[in-house]
Design a binder for this molecule. Structure first.
Ligand SMILES: *Cc1c(COP(=O)(O)O)cnc(C)c1O
Length: 355
């Protein structure tokens, strides 16, 4: 029999969302409710004529567009086939057997999976009131800790900690610990706190900031993420990256999407309006919904049975939210904010099951 290596055989497969079939609506993966910028779609279509060629391994136009928009240096940017690729490569480059990667209670599940791939141990620091707690992270750091992952705004919580807390964390971490700030949902919070404060953390040489086109830009299908890296970290991650990782149409779409900030901001605003109204209506039904700084809400039911009953009733109507048992939040469902008519259908079901 052909056998995989032991640590892969003992690994669980990454738990993907149940997306149902063609008749169902997915509220399970935090994809955008709105299409990408028309300029991005046109750029992707125009790029199809270049398909015999390999994509540029340096993503020059895309890096320039990101650098211009955010006032950062193009040479400090790495692009990935989704930020998942960059997260995986960082973990492979900076941790190995016996090392610890530290996340938080409700941190991104993919980090645990990527950590298992390198035979390092994934450890979680406690969150307090569904929010990242810098004090609890600092308490959980040990001499074995190589990387600390903080997701802000958080997924699946939707909560946001102030930039001052992330800055305090960087200040207090021991030397030699790499800090990764996953800002997959930051575009939904950029109007609340100055993004530059976090990008500037990279200058110290021990911090990486990660963003993606998969959420606010409506380009999950293109698989493009990016990160701001100190040169010493970037050099090592590059060795692990697939050298032609972002396809030509994806680079073209992401570039045009970055240049169309007005479209992205419009998506963020429209999503927030639907989100806040949906959250308010859920609260009126007696459900608990923490204020969200993302394109999803975490709905807490009276107990696990109530959450399961709601999930079953929603599924019967073809509405698939994400169960949270994997995060120890089995009394919660996470709902991606979709178009208004879909949220209205969800609310009607929730009304039924809570009455
Ligand atoms: C969606 C998401 C990402 C982005 O993944 P991509 O690979 O860029 O699509 C990263 N981190 C978190 C927490 C996310 O929810």
């Amino acid at each position: 029999m052909i056998r995989a290596v032991d640590h892969v055989r003992s690994m669980a497969a990454y738990a993907l969302a149940d997306l149902g079939g063609s008749e169902t609506v997915s509220l399970a993966q935090n994809e955008s409710a709105f299409p990408a910028s028309p300029a991005a779609i046109a750029a992707g279509q125009a790029a199809l004529t270049q398909m015999p060629l390999y994509p540029d391994p340096d993503w020059p136009e895309l890096r320039a567009a990101i650098a211009e928009t955010h006032g950062v240096k193009a040479e400090n940017i790495l692009c990935g086939a989704g930020s998942m690729e960059l997260i995986g490569c960082l973990i492979r480059a900076f941790s190995g057997p016996g090392d610890r990667v530290l996340g938080t209670d409700y941190g991104y599940a993919y980090v645990a999976s990527a950590t298992a791939q390198v035979q390092a141990d994934y450890v979680k620091a406690r969150e307090v009131d569904l929010s990242v707690s810098v004090d609890d992270i600092l308490t959980a750091v040990t001499p074995q800790t190589r990387i600390v992952f903080v997701c802000n705004p958080g997924n699946p919580t939707g909560t946001l900690i102030p930039n001052t807390e992330v800055i305090r964390l960087q200040d207090a971490l021991p030397e030699g610990v790499l800090l990764v700030v996953d800002q997959a949902y930051a575009e939904f919070a950029d109007q609340d706190q100055n993004p530059t404060e976090i990008f500037e953390l990279v200058d110290r040489g021990d911090t990486v900031v990660m963003r993606t086109f998969s959420k606010a830009f409506g380009l999950a299908g293109a698989r493009v993420g990016w990160g701001l890296f100190p040169p010493v970290i970037e050099r090592e991650v590059r060795k692990i990256l697939n050298p032609n990782n972002v396809s030509i149409p994806s680079q073209a779409m992401a570039t045009a999407a970055m240049q169309d900030q007005a479209h992205m901001c419009d998506t963020v605003t429209k999503t927030a309006v639907i989100r806040d109204q949906f959250a308010e209506e859920c609260r009126a039904l007696g459900l608990t919904v923490a204020p969200s700084h993302t394109n999803f809400v975490l709905i807490r039911f009276a107990n696990v049975e109530a959450a399961q009953k709601a999930d079953t009733a929603l599924r019967a109507q073809g509405l698939l939210m994400r169960g949270m048992g994997g995060y120890g939040l089995a009394d919660c469902l996470r709902a991606t904010i979709c178009a208004q008519d879909i949220m209205d259908r969800c609310l009607a079901v929730l009304k039924e099951v809570t009455s």
